[in-house]
Design a protein around this ligand. Structure first.
Ligand SMILES: [Zn+2]
Ligand SMILES: [Zn+2]
Length: 441
């Protein structure tokens, strides 16, 4: 018979709610209080932190004591939003349904795909000493928070303070019963202390991005995820225009970005298998959310960037039109070039855009273009075109000195001289009646 049920605190794990329920009942044997809540005895044997199950049945028993719906419980008090963020909508729906109606915790855990990951959860349940003190002062008790138990999260985002290990083993790692967060069991030391400023910044960013997933309501399809990373890695210059990855270079660059000690703590030091699974075209198997967060940070992206991503063809120079950079033209720096031809620069391995204007001017630029100012920069001029040459000729005919022409057209004097020599050559040949066609410059 249930005649009370704890008020659930913000971000509280459902595991924690059950543990507090047991404390309040005063039953010596936890099995008794768990049998009140759940029909299945198996639940009491192995508590699962991530995914409790049978919440719909439990909700019907305690509806008098809560205003929240079952969906709100799942969204706000389980790790379903975290693990389902990088799976498709159908997988997310299946996982939610198992938590809602499932009868065995282990079944939910297996179905979530969490068993397949090589990244283990934390060894002990974690807590933030500052949150603990605040709880004591405000409500007189404390509780286990979801945001403190995520893999790879070692910082309390609210207080920017290192999380501490409690004495309580993380859920299914033990056959211990549900243990409430009390001041007796929350007396450990920091779970991880960064050794460098960069490491400290990275663990803070990992925690911030991980916590964002807890508020996420959508499951993203793998094709969209792959498309996003393809674009992000291209922006970093890691992918050729034909979509080829240099996995080895990427691996070393990734390792250099994170420090070895930190990668070890995050269980990403042994092989690059875990994060390579995220790579476009590599697999259809979802990768661990932590692997996604590491790759996002490496690409200087955020969870929000990924969730807002709309699939589209990759354009390393953005969408046209593009400016003509012919200084001799009246349309100089005006957007008159409608499209760009993208090839791969053989020396640098970067995308190279070839911009051709109707005035005959053709220039190239190395991409990608992360900054708008770069659209007025040329890597090389392939053709100057008739308008440019005619302008030089007019200037020469008008008596402009070579240095002034070079200055106005922003080219070297030797280039102007070269053209000038050609012009003289043409004139001489014409006078001699030997030139049938003007050379094309
Ligand atoms: Zn805190
Ligand atoms: Zn032009």
């Amino acid at each position: 018979m249930i005649n009370q049920f704890p008020t659930i605190y913000p971000d509280e794990l459902f595991y924690s709610v059950i543990a507090r329920y047991h404390v309040r009942t005063g039953d010596m044997r936890q099995k008794e209080s768990l049998n009140d809540l759940f029909n299945e005895v198996s639940i009491s044997k192995r508590p699962y932190v991530e995914f409790p199950c049978g919440l719909e049945s439990l909700h019907s028993k305690v509806s008098l004591y809560t205003n929240a719906t079952v969906d709100e419980w799942i969204q706000k008090h389980t790790l379903v939003p975290y693990y389902a963020s990088f799976t498709g909508e159908s997988n997310r729906g299946q996982l939610t349904e198992l938590v809602r109606k499932g009868e065995r915790n282990g079944l939910v855990f297996n179905s979530s795909g969490a068993m397949k990951y090589t990244i283990p959860p934390p060894t002990y349940l974690r807590y933030c000493p500052i949150c603990l003190n605040e709880d004591e002062a405000t409500v007189g008790e404390t509780y286990w928070r979801r945001s403190h138990q995520l893999p790879g999260v070692t910082v309390c985002v609210k207080h920017a303070y290192p999380l501490h290990d409690s004495q309580v083993l993380y859920g299914h790692r033990s056959h211990e019963p549900y243990v409430a967060a009390t001041f007796d069991v929350c007396d450990g030391g920091p779970s991880f202390i960064p050794s460098t400023a960069k490491s400290e910044w990275l663990v803070t960013r990992i925690a911030q991005e991980s916590v964002k997933l807890l508020a996420n309501h959508q499951g993203m399809e793998l094709t969209r995820i792959h498309s996003f990373y393809e674009n992000a890695l291209r922006e970093k210059g890691c992918v050729g225009v034909k979509g080829r990855f240099d996995h080895q270079a990427l691996y070393h660059s990734f390792r250099a970005f994170f420090e070895p000690n930190l990668l070890h703590v995050l269980h990403h030091d042994r092989t690059f298998q875990s994060w390579r699974m995220i790579m476009p075209h590599s697999t259809n198997r979802p990768a661990h959310p932590l692997s996604h967060i590491l790759l996002l940070l490496y690409c200087h992206k955020t969870v929000d960037d990924l969730m807002k991503w709309k699939t589209k063809a990759y354009e390393p120079f953005g969408e046209g039109p593009f400016p003509c950079l012919n200084r001799a033209a009246s349309h100089y720096r005006k957007n008159v070039i409608q499209s760009v031809n993208v090839i791969r620069n053989k020396v640098r391995g970067l995308p190279q855009g070839i911009f051709s204007c109707h005035c005959g001017f053709q220039y190239t630029r190395l991409g990608p273009d992360p900054l708008k100012q770069q659209i007025f920069v040329t890597h090389s001029v392939r053709k100057y075109g008739s308008l440019w040459y005619n302008t030089i000729q007019q200037m020469v005919d008008g008596g402009y000195p070579i240095y002034r022409i070079a200055q106005l057209l922003n080219v070297s004097r030797s280039l102007v001289r070269e053209h000038y020599a050609k012009k003289c050559y043409c004139e001489i040949k014409r006078q001699e009646g030997m030139l049938l066609f003007r050379p094309v410059f």
